[in-house]
Write a protein that binds this ligand. Structure first.
Ligand code: CO
Length: 209
């Protein structure tokens, strides 16, 4: 099937629905975007950023990749982060992981998965930093859940360690980085309370003068 008719149909219905609530919605939005939030989340189809926090187009800037990683050599994620921070001037950056993440699970097994193993390697490193704490847990599910949480915490740190975020803080800008986790079983978000709002809260070795 070369044309996905059903999706075009759904698109028309969606646009009509939005316009019926606000006839100028798309016109207003076409002139500018000024989202307050940057979302760094997992590509998993069950974790769609806008829907989870019930926000309309224009309200949240989104980057998604497998297992919601902020890797310091990934120019894709860095570019999104820079644009969101320097140009859109978002006030909040949300790193959102989720329980039952396939990327985290894959990083915990010893199988070969192809090129993605190079990406998952970042999660294996987090396992290594916290191996004692993780291995002390009884079930695989508990271990996976903890690694999903630790991964979010690590990615929050990675976001804060970038020169992009540190320069925003240095210029006196209000910018807060949050770590959240989502449950695909009940649709509920949980704050991991690892919020960072200034450079004094990050590790000394990463802090730029
Ligand atoms: Co995932």
């Amino acid at each position: 099937m070369r044309v996905l008719k059903n999706l075009f149909e759904k698109n028309k219905q969606w646009a009509t629905r939005i316009k019926s609530a606000d006839p100028d919605f798309f016109l207003k939005l076409s002139k500018q975007q000024s989202p307050e939030y940057l979302w760094i989340g997992c590509s998993d189809s069950r974790v769609p950023a806008n829907e989870i926090v019930d926000l309309l187009p224009g309200e949240i800037f989104v980057h998604r990749n497998i297992a919601n990683l902020m890797v310091h050599t990934d120019f894709n994620c860095l570019s999104v982060l820079q644009y969101a921070t320097d140009v859109l001037k978002v006030k909040h950056i949300i790193v959102c992981g989720h329980y039952g993440c396939g990327g985290v699970k894959a990083a915990m097994d010893k199988q070969e998965h192809g090129i993605i193993d190079n990406w998952l390697r970042n999660i294996k490193d987090i396992y290594r930093y916290h191996q004692q704490q993780i291995d002390a847990l009884e079930t695989d599910k508990e271990k996976q859940d903890l690694l999903c949480e630790l991964n979010v915490i690590e990615q929050v740190a990675n976001v804060c360690h970038t020169t992009i975020v540190q320069n925003a803080w240095k210029s006196g800008r209000e910018l807060t980085v949050h770590g959240w986790i989502y449950s695909i079983e009940d649709g509920i978000l949980q704050d991991l309370n690892v919020c960072v709002a200034n450079a004094n809260e990050i590790s000394r070795i990463h802090r730029i003068k």
